[in-house]
Design a protein around this ligand. Structure first.
Ligand code: ADP
Length: 516
């Protein structure tokens, strides 16, 4: 049996027996097949992150019982909500042999329809919550990520993003219930007051705010998460803008950003290249048999088939019809006299048939098909540095990254998501795991990308479990002062180092020593 570091087979077996006593043997998964199921099927090398078992509790008391046993046997736990964090590790732990704590059976939903908030348990998927709102005819919309197979809570905790004005998911969090690594339960914000009616209404509570401390961290297991939902708007009006040339990137960003900053555009428009559509709808061998870089003829054929530009961006305005229409007019005005290839209008008004896409908060999973682009057993990893919202810097970033894609022989798949004060250059590095020659290039490519970003002062906002140490090391002010702060908090909250060792580059004391 595979075990976590420093733990004997007998010790793990004893721990699994104790876990079975607490949650029932039927909810402890430890066969080879189970271990494979909880691995990361998109990873370049799945064996590096295989868990030794998985546990699926149903209640917060069971989570507490598991945590106490884990402390007793020093067994590392890796909490997941639904484990669909593809491109960043799926359900797999950083530390091989950790026991996955699968919270997907915890599925309670409590909506406050008057105030437009929800309190979800970790197992609530985007599809679950969408169905719930539909079933109860509640005029509230979700914000969903491109792959909406995962959970509302897990995605917000990993700072996932969506397409509506509520698309910065961790920013919508309002109040958590958390089981700490030592087994106590805390509620954050107003939830810290017994019986407060304000838990999902007012974020800060009194004193330091803790909600964000549990995002991308290993300080606690979130068992309930409060989230603000968007009241259904009267209209969604906008357009898809297409641009002909790679060099259009810079001026397009400089045109849109002022409107984003001043709040006219409230969602984060994402300007992406032609491969975004092609990789979801088709496979590479439908376009060419040539394994080398895609020629201009192929790029042109793809663009013709999908009727898209080199870059495309979808912009939507939400709210009262006349305000949304006037906003779109302002946006079009900003593009006046500039070389826009095409403007394709998009319009939904209350009473129309459902719009049906993530722009109106409808969950979808078809974008996952892009893992098939190269054929074979497909996968991808995300590379997403943050940069200042300036056209010339975006153009530089594009040119340098594009060149690296060429050098490493991978097809360019990127977008620039426009936040209020930043750009996130979201890349999906697609690959075929059955192509050993290609897989040999992926790791070097990733290191080159992260190194290039660091050289310009850019850091990733999120990363795959393989690269958490690497990315954490790029946040290097004061010789790694932030990492030391994280480690101090980690040691205080989790003295036995049982919770998600290595998450976001944060290792418990014992393992820091062995890693040196
Ligand atoms: P999803 O299924 O929504 O895509 P995951 O369950 O894969 O999300 O979780 C994404 C990441 O967030 C996981 O790797 C894990 O580290 C963290 N995470 C998820 N759920 C929790 C939770 N309930 N408590 C603490 N961390 C969590």
């Amino acid at each position: 049996m595979m075990t976590p570091p420093e733990i004997s087979t007998a010790q793990l077996a004893a721990a699994l027996k104790a876990f079975a006593g607490a949650i029932g043997a039927a909810n402890v998964f430890s066969t080879d097949e189970d271990r494979t199921d909880y691995g990361d099927h998109f990873a370049a090398d799945e064996s590096r992150h295989l868990p030794s078992a998985a546990l699926a509790p149903k209640t917060v008391q069971e989570v507490q019982a598991i945590v106490r046993i884990a402390n007793q046997y020093k067994v590392p736990l890796w909490p997941i909500s639904r484990g669909k964090n593809f491109g960043y590790g799926g359900s797999a732990p950083v530390l091989k042999g950790s026991v996955v704590l699968d919270l997907s059976r915890m599925k309670a939903i409590e909506v406050d329809p008057d105030n437009g908030t929800v309190l979800v348990e970790p197992g609530v998927g985007f599809f679950d919550l969408h169905d719930y709102l539909q079933r109860h005819k509640l005029p509230l919309w979700l914000s969903v990520p491109g792959n909406s197979w995962g959970s509302v809570a897990g995605n917000a905790l990993d700072r996932g993003v969506g397409y509506t004005p509520y698309g910065d998911h961790s920013a919508q969090i309002c109040g958590l219930e958390v089981v700490l690594p030592t087994g106590e339960i805390v509620r954050t914000g107003m939830g810290a007051m017994q019986g407060s009616p304000n838990w999902q209404l007012y974020r800060n509570g009194f004193g330091p705010g803790w909600d964000q401390m549990f995002c991308q961290s290993n300080f606690g297991i979130v068992t309930k998460l409060g989230l603000w939902l968007m009241p259904e708007p009267e209209a969604v009006i906008g357009a898809d803008f297409e641009f002909d040339k790679p060099e259009d990137l810079g001026w397009v960003i400089d045109t849109i950003m002022p409107l984003r900053r001043e709040g006219l555009i409230r969602q984060s428009p994402s300007l992406g290249n032609w491969l975004r559509s092609a990789a979801v709808m088709t496979t590479r061998d439908q376009w060419t048999q040539d394994k080398g870089p895609l020629g201009e003829d192929v790029v042109n054929a793809i663009r013709k088939r999908f009727n898209i530009g080199w870059w495309s961006v979808q912009i939507r305005f939400y709210g009262p019809l006349e305000i949304a229409e006037a906003s779109l007019d302002r946006l079009k005005h900003a593009f006046n006299g500039k070389p826009v290839l095409a403007i394709k209008p998009a319009r939904w008004v209350k009473g129309d048939p459902p719009e049906g896409s993530p722009f109106s908060g409808v969950p979808v999973s078809f974008p996952l098909a892009n893992a098939n682009w190269y054929g074979g057993r497909g996968g991808h990893i995300g590379y997403s540095p943050v940069l200042p919202p300036k056209g010339d810097l975006a153009m530089d970033q594009f040119k340098r990254t594009y060149e690296l894609y060429r050098q490493y022989g991978i097809d360019y798949h990127a977008s620039f998501a426009m936040g209020e004060r930043s750009l996130t250059n979201v890349n999906q590095v697609l690959f075929d795991k059955d192509n050993p020659e290609m897989m040999k290039r992926v790791d070097g490519f990733f290191h080159a990308l992260v190194g290039d970003a660091r050289a310009h002062g850019y850091g990733e906002y999120r990363t795959h479990i393989d690269y958490m140490d690497l990315v954490a090391s790029t946040y290097d002010f004061g010789d790694g002062a932030l990492r030391r702060l994280n480690e101090r908090v980690k040691d205080a909250l989790d003295p036995n180092g049982i919770l998600a060792p290595g998450k976001s580059g944060i290792w418990p004391g014992r393992q820091r020593e062995t890693k040196k």
